[in-house]
Design a binder for this molecule. Structure first.
Ligand code: NAI
Ligand code: MG
Length: 355
């Protein structure tokens, strides 16, 4: 057997992060053993818990600490008592920006045996990927507040769209579509209401389309696009969107595929200059944390995306297939999927399907 070994920084984070990430690690190790590679994990306790003790979500040199790893595997951060913008801007956003994780990739697939909340839809109807711009756009610190506390108090916040940032996410989406069967990219826009940045986005989308003539395209304003996700999920293959629109679409997408408890995500640095970060779409779920009922499938599927990015495509595909096999048995589904299995039992079912 070869000696392939990957070093992965693990940030379980808060709430159910600490329950689902160990399941993801165990399943990744099991598939690694079958495919002759090893994973070396190193844990980091960066979280709201740490914030409460130290006043920081991560140490000042946190980014430098993880830069040398092959990948980062994160549960979720956020906990009542720490404002969400503090946990997000204290950890996830700096990681995304400083590691230049500009492509947030979120697959949406109706797995075999799962029922979509959309009546009459089967696995052949729901199989698309949302590609979200992850480091600029509407999520910017440019702006401010004036005349605080007075009756002419005002706030402003600027959206930032650079040519480099826009072109590279659009190209990523087209290149991803080229690897898929349907070879189709949909752009989320709002160039009727947002008159500077969104017409620019459309212009760059047209230019990217010209660079990729074999890929079919469509474009919709974000408002009607959300309706199409529900009424015509079968129209979509790769959907590319700005940071804000992509954030919304990538929660709606998993909802049409059944549950946020199964939705995986990758924050990619496609140039591989820095490690990419892999995290389930869901948050820390304080409402169910500590009860052992969290669905670990999103974390397991996320681990599969990580293995795929590391070059272990066969192992990744096998882990994904094991998820689907395990979930076919209603007895292995967690509460969010209408079942009664606990977190650990659901993970055991994936391990069994792998073996
Ligand atoms: P959430 O995803 O934590 O929870 C939304 C709903 O989905 C809850 O009812 C929860 O019980 C359920 N849910 C989520 N994951 C589940 C799973 N694996 N199995 C079963 N049910 C699951 O989103 P919410 O409530 O908006 O945020 C809670 C905290 O998480 C906040 O502090 C928020 O900022 C943070 N958050 C962090 C994210 C991250 O680190 N990437 C992403 C989203 C939220
Ligand atoms: Mg979100």
């Amino acid at each position: 057997m070869s000696e392939r070994k990957y070093r992965i920084a693990v940030i379980p984070g808060d709430g159910i992060g600490g329950e689902v990430i160990p399941v993801g690690q165990r399943t990744a190790e099991a598939v690694a053993a079958k495919h002759g590679f090893a994973i070396e994990w190193q844990d980091f306790d960066w979280s709201c818990r740490r914030y409460a003790e130290t006043g920081r979500m991560m140490p000042e040199d946190g980014i430098a600490q993880v830069k040398g790893f092959d990948a980062i595997y994160l549960g979720a951060v956020g906990w009542p008592g720490v404002p969400d913008h503090v946990s997000l801007w204290g950890l996830l956003i700096p990681l995304r920006r400083e590691l230049d994780l500009y492509a947030n990739v979120r697959p949406v697939r109706l797995l075999r045996g799962m029922t979509s909340p959309l009546a009459g839809r089967g696995p052949e109807d729901i199989d698309f990927i949302v590609v979200r711009e992850n480091v600029e756009g509407e999520y910017s610190e440019v702006g401010g507040r004036l005349y605080d506390g007075t009756d002419h108090e005002m706030v402003s916040q600027l959206s930032i769209f650079t040519r480099r940032g826009t072109d590279r996410i659009l190209d990523y989406a087209f290149e991803l579509a080229a690897k898929r069967k349907r070879k189709h990219v949909t752009s989320a826009t709002k160039s009727n209401g947002i008159v500077h940045t969104m017409p620019y986005w459309d212009e760059r989308f047209a230019a990217a389309s010209a660079r990729h003539p074999d890929i079919a395209t469509a474009q919709y304003h974000i408002d009607i696009l959300t309706a199409h996700f529900v009424q015509h999920p079968d129209w979509f293959d790769v959907v590319v969107a700005s940071n804000l629109f992509g954030d919304i679409l990538s929660d709606l997408g998993p909802a049409v595929a059944g549950s946020i408890g199964i939705a995986p995500a990758a924050n990619l640095n496609p140039t591989r200059e820095f490690p990419s970060l892999f995290e389930p779409v869901h948050g820390s779920a304080p409402d169910i944390a500590g009860q052992d009922v969290a669905n670990p499938i999103a974390a397991v599927w996320t681990a599969a995306m990580m293995l795929d990015h590391l070059g272990e495509a066969t192992a990744a595909a096998e882990l994904e297939a094991a998820i689907e096999t395990a979930l076919e048995d209603p007895a292995t589904r967690t509460r969010d999927l209408g079942g009664t299995a606990d977190t650990v039992a659901c993970g055991e079912a994936v391990l069994k399907a792998l073996a």
